[in-house]
Design a protein around this ligand. Sequence first.
Ligand SMILES: Nc1ncnc2c1ncn2[C@@H]1O[C@H](COP(=O)(O)OP(=O)(O)O)[C@@H](O)[C@H]1O
Ligand SMILES: Cc1cn([C@H]2C[C@H](O)[C@@H](COP(=O)(O)O)O2)c(=O)[nH]c1=O
Length: 216
Amino acid sequence: MPELVFFSGTMDCGKSTLALQIEHNRSARGLAGIIFTRDDRAGEGKLSSRLGLVTDAVEVEDGQDLYAHVVGHLSQGGRADYVIADEAQFLAPEQIDQLARVVDDLDIDVYAFGITTDFRSKLFPGSQRLVELADRVEVLQVEALCWCGARATHNARTIGGVMVVEGAQVVVGDVTQSSDEVGYEVLCRRHHRRRMTAASARAAALSPDVLPIGTA
Ligand SMILES: Nc1ncnc2c1ncn2[C@@H]1O[C@H](COP(=O)(O)OP(=O)(O)O)[C@@H](O)[C@H]1O
Ligand SMILES: Cc1cn([C@H]2C[C@H](O)[C@@H](COP(=O)(O)O)O2)c(=O)[nH]c1=O
């Protein structure tokens, strides 16, 4: 039976890499897929992984009907044995419904990849709809780690290493920004709740308040 599968995890846990591997394995066996993405860091119409691999993709626009896109592709003689949707957290809930319809009405597997929650640990609307509709939600095996070594489960937004909790839900960025830019850092829940990033933990460790005294 065709499935709608949601591969989810924090930023930087290998979602896009897995999407590219699924695409590679299927196309190596002569299958043809449609790849959707939205706001990938590599630019418009790209699906990219931090391992350096990149492939062309259909850039999803506001209000675009993804079911109609697949039907249009098929009716022009194109093939679609599977559909991949990366950065699926940026899709509108209606577009997730359209992907579910691709599975149910066209018998095509859909593999969606995305982060579940934003920097405030609130669900993205697209991810919420995926959790509601997916046949399976798969958490990636290669876990990203918090600076403390625990499994990272949350995404923090930072400016100069300091975690912020106000701002627009969508700001495209990476986990390796220079210190004065908006960036992201994956954290365990405990340190996300305490707003403790790697930089603020380092600063706290160096603070005179926590240095041993009278040891000379
Ligand atoms: N230099 C590197 N050497 C080995 N693995 C790396 C390197 N850089 C990134 N990675 C791997 O790539 C993962 C990020 O992959 P990516 O597909 O871009 O993540 P996501 O799409 O989930 O944000 C990292 O968690 C790490 O496992
Ligand atoms: C937490 C969070 C992330 N984003 C953006 C930042 C990146 O451009 C993508 C995630 O990409 P990845 O391949 O999973 O690393 O999402 C955002 O816009 N808002 C957020 O709260």
